[in-house]
Design a protein around this ligand. Structure first.
Ligand code: HEM
Length: 175
């Protein structure tokens, strides 16, 4: 891939070493990004399916799957963050780059929105497990699943990740 912007720091090791280390770090960063995005999709699909579930057993099973997706999101975020900071170091981008600052800020906002938005689905999962032998879901469980605020926060958090991907690829403002 050809880059049109300037990197600031001098190489601290040979070009060959730097190339291979940087490639592995970028690969790991991208792996984290794919895990993060896969986790978002699994969580979203499982949660929407759970909302349409009839019995507490169905709902608990689907929300259990949503939880696996959420764990993927956590692992992906940790990988993307750790290897992202390493890439900044290796590439000598510096934290003055606007696209990088914006990506970091959006990632922080996305994590906060996701953490707040995930509370109701988590309570819904616990409640569905508690009601597992009932024939129908209680009105409290339906209320938690249909909470518009929580859904808005979660979809907003996912949307911010799409914006971050665009920032990473287009790097607006980079020389
Ligand atoms: C802690 C936050 C992050 C930091 C510090 C960071 C940093 C970086 C850096 C320095 C690059 C290398 C750019 C290059 O060599 O061209 C990069 C590439 C990339 N990042 Fe991130 N990143 C972060 C979060 C994310 C997130 C959340 C995603 C998506 C889920 C993401 C997706 C990508 C992609 C797709 C590339 C490849 C872009 C390209 O090579 O054109 N990054 N990132």
């Amino acid at each position: 891939m050809q880059h049109t912007y300037q990197r600031r720091s001098p190489a601290r090791c040979s070009d060959d070493d730097r190339f291979s280390v940087e490639s592995v770090v970028l690969f790991s960063h991208l792996l984290g990004a794919f895990l993060l995005v896969s986790g978002i999709v699994v969580t979203g699909v499982a949660f929407e399916a759970a909302r349409r579930g009839q019995t507490p057993l169905q709902i608990a099973t689907l929300l259990g799957l949503a939880r696996v997706g959420a764990l993927l999101v956590v692992v992906g975020t940790l990988l993307v963050g750790a290897f992202g900071f390493w890439l900044v170091e290796l590439g000598g981008f510096g934290y003055a780059a606007g696209w990088l600052d914006a990506a970091l800020a959006l990632l922080a906002v996305s994590i906060v929105l996701g953490a707040i938005g995930g509370r109701r689905p988590k309570r819904a999962r616990h409640l569905a497990v508690a009601e597992i032998n009932a024939r129908d879901a209680s009105s409290e469980l339906r209320r938690l699943l249909d909470d518009r605020g929580a859904r808005t926060l979660n979809y907003l958090a996912a949307l911010l990740i799409v914006v971050i991907i665009a920032l990473m690829v287009f790097k607006p403002g980079a020389a």
